[in-house]
Design a protein around this ligand. Structure first.
Ligand SMILES: O=c1ccn([C@H]2C[C@H](O)[C@@H](COP(=O)(O)OP(=O)(O)OP(=O)(O)O)O2)c(=O)[nH]1
Length: 144
């Protein structure tokens, strides 16, 4: 599918890394490197402005490598980009490690997955159908 995009940054448009990748890596657009101290959070600009078709959203998700190696993750993961949003796509990064992390211009800080979604209409009822699970959750199906 095609998505309209304005790229106000100085990096090329995000690309899928392999033919079957789900996520488009998002690069930080920065005039100079910034430091993210332990437990600090910052909104990172991407320079991208997109127009999703109604019925689609984009999810801003962490990159597992950054999370594993440096404790860097997306605080509001998955961030939700609504189809009617016309502002800049930003990444809310948080440093969950004990070490400061330097974010450089062009660094791939997160990935964006475009997905279909529904908008529901509520049907208010007094009862829901019976199931084997019922109200069980939070580990109700086993010891672990
Ligand atoms: O990681 C994110 C999450 C959101 N947004 C943008 C796109 C989204 O459409 C808009 C609003 O996001 P959200 O609905 O999560 O924000 P909110 O806290 O509910 O505020 P609002 O009242 O603006 O909806 O902010 C981003 O750029 N990055």
């Amino acid at each position: 599918m095609k998505i309209k995009v304005i790229n106000k940054g100085h990096h090329s448009l995000p690309e899928y890394q392999t033919v079957a990748s789900a996520g488009l890596d998002l690069r930080a657009v920065l005039n100079e490197s910034i430091i993210l101290n332990p437990l600090e959070r910052k909104l990172i600009p991407t320079g991208l402005f997109i127009e999703l078709p109604v019925g689609y959203e984009a999810q801003v998700r962490p990159r597992s490598g950054l999370a594993f190696k440096y404790g860097l993750t997306v605080l509001n993961s998955p961030g939700t980009i609504d189809a009617d949003y016309r502002g800049e796509v930003k990444v809310l990064l948080v440093n969950l490690s004990n070490e400061p992390f330097e974010i450089k211009d062009g660094e791939r800080v997160a990935q964006m997955v475009v997905a279909k979604h529904e908008q529901v209409e509520w049907e208010a009822v007094d009862e829901l159908s019976d199931t084997d699970r019922g109200a069980g959750g939070y580990g109700s199906t086993g010891k672990k």
